[in-house]
Design a protein around this ligand. Structure first.
Ligand SMILES: [Zn+2]
Length: 756
């Protein structure tokens, strides 16, 4: 055996969490005896890997060392420069040219079955936007981002002006009202002050507290406003945070956060093909029946353009927490300031292109690990998404090189470059809808990387069953700080929790974020197809999101000047994919899943956030009346699911430790465990949003994660019959998955004698 000793020692298994340590004890002992047998075996090599027999783990370690050595910072930078050279918004000639570039590269790198898939979608590009203050003084908004010294890209003539994807077209002259973040409670406050926004133009800011701009649009539309202006206040992402471009990472005076306002929390993808793919010739619904198309005009603004409006507003002084970072007193307005907004959109049908390639699995070609990143950017996409695209290109180069040298993964790795993510998660949604049946049969998991890096702090998301393997993998990667990625991740998480005053201590079981909302391309795979998903990203101070300043200059000065985090992302993404692709038994941890679900249910039952402050939904009320919804049976189901998960985990560990597993038996177990995530789908979807089928994971309209979405929303509305129905659906799914795990456990123990 030949191992690379050039790499500094990484964590040995003794640093693993108690949980993992316990789980792997058998493996560990076997691994240790293996070390004694192979004198050349370096101590730093991971001798046990979740889902691998000792022999496969040793082979996998060899593959990982070879794989990790391939991505290089210079290549990451070169690719990043290609992708950020020109603005490449969805549907633009440049973005389509980049699709062809990716396809060509992949073919050269040795990827197979490389195809460019075409979807014909409802288009939403701005033809014309303008904003003027017509009273009390005249001001014409420039709606442009001015260049800064040192960054030649900002002089590029094809940088767009300010616009919002999926805005309505129209023209209005009306009084202006300042509505803080534009959340429902903000309008409540305005009403109390006697200010009605009907027919008026509403000015809101990004975003305190955070909410997706599409939710701001929906809220303004429901309130009857005629147009919505969303500006970037320096308190949120500008000079109040720190130095601005070109001296620091925060947003300068002219930065405009573009973005779509699509109601993709109702249904993502092409609004005219909800639930099926917009391939050429597909059936389309009429525009007026499309629930994800907003009916309100919207426009994003820099604070440069918002300042004259705010400075002239009359009416009551805005509350303290509505004041912002500009040197003026914020007023609510409603009378004196009048603005004229005009927006003309081009809604003609546009082709979007998804590039798809794969490394065919050597042994199990019909089991797929799917990886994806979106290609389209609001402007240059320095962080979002081209940092991810550069990482993907280094990842595919490395996978191709390994395959050419005979190290082909056991399962197939499918890689996709999505289009139109920024418009409504469109390319991934259409692709996921097109191949949903095939994915439900073949897909093991989806790993999404949108923004690979805006700084050094790692954030890893995983469906709870894959969280342990993500944490385990982090031990085997080296962070640019010199620590393992695991150590760096734990430190930054601890710091972040401290800063946000979260009392919970960081442990291995809560390090990965298992609460997954929407807002990127994992959505269709989790919520529609029923695939376990992972999401990876490094984050840091980032004030130029969706603006022209998010570019090559920004990345080279602030985000990742040495391209070391890009490189680490390619390594991490690839190692995770290879572990899923090469494992003997897929590394799902269902006991961990169960404890997460229990936490979700407990949080719901304890929620004091429910309207009417009614007693706990599981405890009897104060007067001793029965609870409106009894969640005890669901908690019992979770106990059963957890017990079944533990039994299967134990049997799997024993089977793996005993050496080779019969391939037929492994296939039965793996096909069974792949089914667990699918079983969380309710074909009818969650109430009111039939496209979103997952009963454990969902998103609020703000994009915030929403656990047990159907049940939680029913409880929040105090709609007890629906809540009861949703609890019953949860019960059925838990019981079904418990039965499945028990069957798999029986198969495993009777075949291998691994049971007690
Ligand atoms: Zn993105």
């Amino acid at each position: 055996m030949n191992f690379d000793f050039g790499e500094a020692p990484l964590d040995s298994p003794r640093k693993f969490s108690a949980k993992l340590r316990k789980k792997n004890l058998g493996l560990l002992l076997l691994g240790l005896s293996f070390i004694l047998l192979c004198t050349s075996f370096p101590v730093h090599t991971q001798t046990s890997i979740l889902g691998f027999t000792p022999a496969s783990a040793a082979h996998q370690a060899e593959i990982e060392i070879k794989f990790k050595a391939i991505p290089s910072p210079d290549e990451e930078r070169r690719q990043h420069h290609i992708f950020t050279a020109e603005p490449h918004v969805a549907g633009s000639p440049r973005n389509n040219e980049l699709a062809r570039y990716i396809a060509d590269q992949w073919r050269q790198e040795g990827l197979e079955d490389v195809v460019i898939r075409r979807y014909e979608v409802y288009g939403s590009n701005a033809k014309f936007t303008s904003l003027e203050m017509v009273a009390p003084i005249h001001y014409r908004a420039i709606l442009r981002e001015l260049p800064v010294p040192g960054d030649p890209d900002l002089k590029n003539k094809s940088i767009s002006s300010a616009w919002s994807g999926m805005s309505a077209s129209g023209e209005v002259t009306a009084p202006l009202v300042y509505a803080h973040s534009g959340n429902p409670e903000d309008y409540e406050l305005l009403r109390k002050q006697g200010i009605d926004v009907k027919g008026k133009v509403v000015l809101v800011r990004y975003s305190n507290p955070y909410s997706y701009r599409g939710f701001k649009a929906l809220t303004a539309e429901r309130e009857g406003a005629s147009a919505l202006l969303i500006y970037s206040d320096p308190a949120e992402d500008g000079y109040k945070k720190g130095k601005v471009v070109p001296s620091g990472p925060w947003g300068p005076e002219y930065h405009i956060q573009r973005g779509a306002i699509t109601y993709d929390f109702m249904v993502p993808g092409d609004p005219l093909t909800p639930g099926w793919a917009s391939i050429p010739g597909a059936k389309r619904i009429p525009v007026n029946e499309a629930v994800s198309i907003p009916k309100i005009m919207a426009l994003p603004l820099s604070w440069h353009d918002a300042k004259p409006l705010l400075a002239n507003l009359d009416g009551p002084l805005a509350p303290d927490d509505w004041q912002g970072g500009l040197p003026l007193k914020y007023h609510l307005g409603g009378k004196r300031v009048r603005v004229h907004v005009k927006i003309e959109m081009d809604n003609s049908t546009q082709p979007y292109y998804v590039v798809e390639g794969r490394i065919r699995g050597a042994q199990l070609p019909d089991e797929w690990i799917v990886l994806g990143n979106h290609r389209d950017a609001w402007v240059f996409g320095g962080v979002d998404p081209s940092s991810g695209t550069a990482s993907m290109m280094e990842l595919t180069r490395a996978l191709g090189k390994l395959a050419k040298s005979g190290m082909r993964p056991r399962r197939t790795v499918v890689v996709c470059s999505w289009d139109g993510e920024e418009v409504g998660l469109t390319g991934s949604t259409e692709w996921g809808e097109q191949f949903a049946d095939e994915l439900r049969k073949k897909a093991v998991a989806y790993i999404n990387v949108d923004e690979a890096t805006s700084g050094p702090n790692f954030h890893g998301q995983a469906v709870a069953s894959l969280a342990p393997m993500l944490v385990e993998t982090a031990h085997m990667l080296r962070d640019p700080s010199g620590k393992t990625l695991y150590e760096a991740w734990k430190e930054s998480s601890t710091r972040e929790r401290h800063e946000s005053k979260q009392p919970e201590e960081v442990t291995d079981s809560n390090l990965a974020d298992t609460r997954i909302g929407s807002g990127s391309d994992h959505t269709v795979f989790l919520n529609f197809v029923g695939m376990p998903v992972l999401g990876l990203g490094f984050e840091g101070p980032y004030g130029v999101y969706h603006s022209a300043y998010d570019d090559f200059f920004w990345m080279n000065h602030f985000g990742d000047p040495g391209y070391r985090y890009h490189t680490l992302m390619s390594q991490l993404w690839g190692v995770l994919a290879l572990r899923l692709a090469n494992s003997d038994l897929l590394p799902f941890d269902f006991a961990s899943y169960a404890s997460n679900i229990r936490q979700f249910v407990n949080e719901l039952s304890k929620s004091k956030n429910l309207r009417g402050q009614q007693p706990s939904v599981v405890q009897p009320g104060e007067a001793g009346q029965p609870p409106p919804l009894d969640l005890k049976p669901v908690l019992d189901d979770i106990d059963d699911f957890e017990a079944a998960g533990k039994r299967l985990d134990d049997s799997a560990s024993r089977a793996l430790a005993s050496g080779a597993i019969d391939p037929k038996l492994a296939a039965i177990i793996n096909h069974g465990t792949m089914q667990v995530e699918r079983n969380w789908l309710n074909p009818d979807g969650i109430p009111g949003r039939p496209w979103f089928k997952h009963i454990l994971y969902g998103a609020r309209f703000t994009y915030a994660h929403l656990e047990l979405p159907g049940l939680t929303e029913a409880v929040e509305k105090q709609d007890w019959p629906t809540a009861q129905q949703q609890a019953e659906i949860l019960h059925q799914a838990l019981a079904g998955n418990t039965k499945l795990l028990n069957q798999l456990n029986s198969a495993l123990t009777s075949e291998t004698g691994a049971g007690k």
